[in-house]
Design a protein around this ligand. Structure first.
Ligand SMILES: [Zn+2]
Length: 160
């Protein structure tokens, strides 16, 4: 199967739009860009929240296409969390987990796959933080504030 760059299979596209509507971020249907990138080697996908961009590894189009919906949902939920709560929300925090569950997926950050006859865990996002250095500093500062203040309470809630 070969698809032009930036094209999702129609059924997957339809699913994405349904999730975004469900999460209360329907405007992302138009603004969120999806790219296939062969530069993603050690992860399946990555979300650049502040750019409203999702990059997916081309292997998801072929042999591991059964994972495409889940990886896309994982990354789209990052974009939706950022849209609704900003950089202060934890990338895989309770808001993100809730979005994954309403879409019908168990929220998981690593996915076990068979690579060259060996079992290994492939992270969905190689880098969770945003692409721009300035944004990274902002997120790091926000994370530091979170750790210092509400960390114990938030962490306890996340464990449930
Ligand atoms: Zn993630």
């Amino acid at each position: 199967m070969s698809l032009p760059n930036q094209t999702l299979p129609p059924l997957v596209r339809k699913r994405l739009d349904r999730w975004l509507a469900h999460w209360g971020t329907p405007s992302l249907s138009r603004s969120l860009r999806i790219e296939w990138s062969s530069r993603l080697r050690r992860s399946f996908g990555r979300c650049y929240q502040d750019e409203r961009l999702i990059r997916l590894t081309p292997s998801l189009r072929e042999s591991q296409s059964f994972l495409l919906s889940e990886i896309l949902c994982h990354e789209a939920a990052h974009a939706a969390v950022y849209e609704l709560y900003g950089a202060v929300a934890h990338p895989h925090g309770p808001e993100w987990e809730a979005m994954m569950r309403t879409a019908g997926f168990e929220p998981r950050v690593r996915i076990p796959v068979v690579v060259r006859n060996r079992r290994s865990d492939v992270p969905v996002d190689r880098v969770i933080r945003s692409a721009h250095p300035s944004e990274q500093r902002r997120q790091a500062a926000a994370a530091g504030r979170r750790r210092r203040s509400a960390a114990p309470r938030k962490r306890a809630r996340r464990r449930r």
